[in-house]
Design a protein around this ligand. Sequence first.
Ligand code: FES
Ligand code: FES
Length: 154
Amino acid sequence: MEVALTVNGQARKVVLEPRVTLLDALRERLGLTGTKKGCDRGECGACTVLADGERVKSCLTLAVMRQGAEITTVEGLARGEELHPVQEAFIRHDAFQCGMCTPGQIMSAVACIDEGHTGSEAEIREWMSGNLCRCAAYQNIVAAVADAAKEVRR
Ligand code: FES
Ligand code: FES
């Protein structure tokens, strides 16, 4: 069947079987490999993207369930050469090691800030807890989210 999505501001159509996840549709059909496949079963958050502004684990989401949705992946955050404030903060705070979890962390951070869940370090940790980092860069990730929150709010 055909699924129409707006991905990073562009209208895209993909023909796929109903069992295909949004993650596989993005990575394998649309060539957007910035979104990572970690556990493929909803546990790690590496596959987090925004769907109509809300974060979703794209490995647990069938593409057909998001017919007509606006999807934002990590590729859609930068404006040309200019990185998103969250991406800049991750670089500034050295908030990644291997980088596998990073796109998901960044997408989740964008939503976390948008949702207003950045009042304290504990609150950031709680609302980012669906995103695991096997390298344990958590301290730096939390610092980056707190810092970016200040900038985004300005
Ligand atoms: S790949 Fe989706 S949560 Fe791990
Ligand atoms: S930076 Fe390696 S998993 Fe997080």
